[in-house]
Design a protein around this ligand. Structure first.
Ligand code: DQA
Length: 160
């Protein structure tokens, strides 16, 4: 296949999934000095525009329930090339989420609004980070945009 048709084919198939875990639905009102004042809806709308500019399809899902997050990860097999995940507090506690991500073997980037390493010690441990493609934290809503750019660039290189 020549380079142009290979690229065109890949563009059609790059499907990304953004997963947000517990309490991220409250972003905008929740501890604004840490998480900022932009709502999750606003963050996601900006991300959709960026994804479009990068020729990627983006779907999103938020849940406060660990089981629903795991179901969403499991259901994404076959339709998702890469995952962006802010697992909220489950980042620091959930071996089950880690197992789900490794189980589906879809590359993922870990995202946090805050810099988890400058906060309480219990937030320094992530059950997801060592298997992630990368981790972006501390830039507020821009963390998601940087993570999206990193994931897209990884997938484009992988498919070259
Ligand atoms: C967070 C950081 C977590 O420690 C916390 O439990 C969250 C949000 C962040 O985006 O900074 O809920 O994931």
């Amino acid at each position: 296949m020549d380079r142009i048709s290979k690229d065109a084919q890949f563009v059609r198939h790059m499907n990304l999934l953004l997963i947000n875990g517990p309490n991220l639905n409250l972003v905008g009102q929740r501890e604004p000095s840490i998480y900022g004042t932009q709502t999750l809806d606003e963050i996601q709308k900006e991300l959709l525009i960026l994804a479009g500019n990068l020729d990627a399809n983006l779907k999103y899902f938020q849940s406060n329930s660990e089981g629903e997050l795991i179901d969403c990860i499991q259901k994404s097999v076959g339709s998702t090339d890469g995952i962006l995940i802010n697992a909220g507090a489950y980042t620091h506690t959930s071996i089950a989420l880690r197992d789900a991500l490794l189980g589906v073997a879809i590359p993922y980037v870990e995202v946090h609004l805050s810099n988890i390493y400058t906060r309480e010690e219990f937030r320094h441990k992530s059950f997801l980070a060592d298997k992630a493609l990368g981790l972006v934290c501390g830039f507020g809503p821009i963390s998601y945009q940087l993570a999206l750019k990193g994931l897209v660039s990884y997938l484009k290189r992988k498919n070259e």
